[in-house]
Design a protein around this ligand. Structure first.
Ligand SMILES: Cc1ncc(COP(=O)(O)O)c(C=O)c1O
Length: 397
């Protein structure tokens, strides 16, 4: 049967998404999933909001044919405006998480073989979504202040590119924030070379220190930035609610593509979140999230400083869920994970192999601190440090 599958299936089956799902080993401490801390979900408030949504006179269980989300879209426009990004509610579309936005934008722009620039490393789920449209990937490596724009420029000069995909705030998987200078330069490059920028910003409101940089969307001068947002990390992923904002021309087409994919997002979830935002303070909830995740980030950084071998480098994120580990060139983290870390040290990270389109980079890994407890962070990073040290010594000393 497999020979009858479309060619896109061969690509997506290698996306490596399975690597982030929990292991069966009861002793395992996993730093793989970018899951929020479940103890921080506003469960009671969401349950009350759901009840209210169900009592709503306006048929919460019916198809809404495009009318379902007006109020929520206005609330999101207000949240974006307070963050410096002016958007009209009518240019906001609800999506099934930011993940659907990734799929729709690729569907809108990418024909087989079209050029697509991604950060290296990048979000594993974005590659899984893009793979299905069979793009030609070009990778611009991540630096401490965001993607390497010299590389972006070189690629744009040499190749036809349609789309640049970036996560400028607390990038998944490195935790890096793009500097404001780079944001301006990236917009200028996109204008010059006539490219669309896809700004994926699900962690933007989870900043633990420092001040926010302007969003790419707010710096956009020609309507070429599509921005994605999500309630997954700030309320709960099971809502499957995100949003997309785009200029009028692209927006209409994206709406048509969305209708062909799932008709509309769940009206029940849209009404639930609308009720939630009307009854409770999202800002108070965000403060609580930031307080808790900042503590975890601090514990993670302290443990990394204490336990990792001196050959290891890691990023200290100012927000979001991730730190990025780099071992010296030649060290194969995927192999070490499979042969040492998992079976002998009962600890897991996401090896860099899956986070580059070419799968060629093997000496890095994403470490997520969001969903592990304080004890697990200390013990797990100790195990990771021991596993890395012993593997490094065996091979190199
Ligand atoms: C950078 C990035 N984009 C998009 C997503 C998808 O999120 P969701 O579809 O739950 O909004 C994630 C989830 O981890 C992510 O890290």
């Amino acid at each position: 049967m497999e020979e009858e599958f479309a060619s896109r299936v061969a690509l997506t089956s290698h996306s490596g998404l399975n690597a982030i799902y929990p292991s069966q080993d009861p002793e395992m401490i996993s730093f793989t999933g970018g899951f929020p801390d479940a103890s921080l979900f506003p469960s009671a408030q969401l349950a009350a909001s759901f009840q209210k949504a169900m009592q709503n006179q306006q048929a919460p269980l019916q198809y809404q044919v495009g009318e379902e989300s007006q109020e929520l879209r206005s609330l999101i426009a207000n949240l974006l405006a307070a963050d410096g990004t002016k958007t009209m509610a009518k240019q906001i579309m609800m999506t099934q998480g930011a993940q659907q936005g990734l799929d729709l934008v690729a569907k809108l722009l990418i024909n087989k073989g079209d050029g697509l620039i991604v950060e290296g490393p990048t979000y594993i789920g974005a590659l899984a979504a893009f793979d299905a449209y069979e793009p030609t990937y070009y990778t611009a490596d991540m630096a401490d202040d965001g993607m390497d724009l010299t590389a972006v420029k070189r690629i744009l000069i040499q190749h036809q590119v349609k789309l640049i995909y970036t996560i400028p705030d607390f990038q998944n998987p490195t935790g890096v924030v793009m500097s404001v200078e780079k944001r301006r330069q990236l917009i200028a490059l996109a204008n010059k070379y006539d490219v669309v920028i896809l700004e994926d910003a699900p962690y933007r409101w989870l900043r633990y220190e420092g001040s926010a940089q302007p969003s790419l969307k707010s710096l956009d001068t020609q309507g070429r930035v599509i921005q994605l947002g999500s309630f997954s990390k700030i309320l709960a992923p099971a809502l499957r609610l995100g949003w997309l904002t785009a200029s009028t021309e692209m927006f209409g087409r994206l709406q048509e593509l969305k209708a062909g994919t799932d008709l509309e997002s769940s009206n029940l979830m849209i009404q639930t979140v609308t009720e939630y935002l009307g009854s409770y303070s999202l800002q108070d909830h965000l403060q609580q999230l930031r307080h808790n995740y900042r503590r975890k980030r601090d514990m993670m950084v302290a443990a990394l400083q204490t336990y990792l071998p001196r050959e290891a480098c890691f990023t200290v994120p100012q927000g979001g869920f991730f730190s990025w580990l780099t071992m010296p060139k030649g060290f194969d983290l995927e192999n070490v994970q499979n042969t040492q870390l998992k079976p002998n040290f009962h600890v897991m990270v996401i090896p860099s192999t899956h986070l580059f389109p070419g799968k060629g980079r093997r000496n890095g890994a994403r470490i997520s601190f969001s969903s592990v407890s304080a004890t697990q962070i200390d013990l797990g990073i100790k195990r990771l440090g021991n596993g890395l040290s012993s593997s490094y010594q065996k091979k190199y000393i």
